[in-house]
Write a protein that binds this ligand. Sequence first.
Ligand code: SF4
Length: 211
Amino acid sequence: MTKEELALETVGRLKQVYPDAGCTLDYNQAWKLLVSVRLAAQCTDARVNVVVQGLYAKYPDVQSLAAAPVEEIEAIVRPCGLGRSKARDISGCMKMLQEEYGGKVPDDFNALLKLPGVGRKSANLIMGDVFGKPAIVTDTHCIRLVNRIGLVDNMKDPKKVEMALWKLIPPEEGSGFCHRLVYHGRDVCTARTSPHCGECCLNDLCAKNGV
Ligand code: SF4
């Protein structure tokens, strides 16, 4: 089976198992996803979803958050870890949205990359989830699973994995595929225990099965 064939089969099977897989960060406006995705670094999405409630109760829009003292943002987001740098990035990001984009999130990948605290993973997530554009989100689950499955070979660098997957995954499938990898990585192809290959929908085609 070629890597292209393996990719299509993997996309199809995960879609059957996780038909409704979406982003596990709660948000109802694009700028809130930007905030949450920054807070989610080295933190669980569940905790981020709780912490942002306090943040938005005090600062309900881009304008108010852009004007908020960084120390006050830090005091609220501290439970997510890395409070100082996350608060600084969120403040800088909201200021740039306010000053350069009229408070709106730009729907341009390179413009997103220029926002403080936004890297390729976050920019792809925004492009896919907010704007419905092709996206490959290479988080820790994605990188672990595509290596195990055999879609890439011993490749750990997020940008290299992203570039390899762009060549294998149909563009319209990328965003959903990456969300499904997160679900599958949490439930079946786990990081901290041995993967549950016996219960896995990919077990007859995965390169790592049984290893
Ligand atoms: S067969 Fe095992 S290693 Fe491969 S994707 Fe499934 S759980 Fe992960």
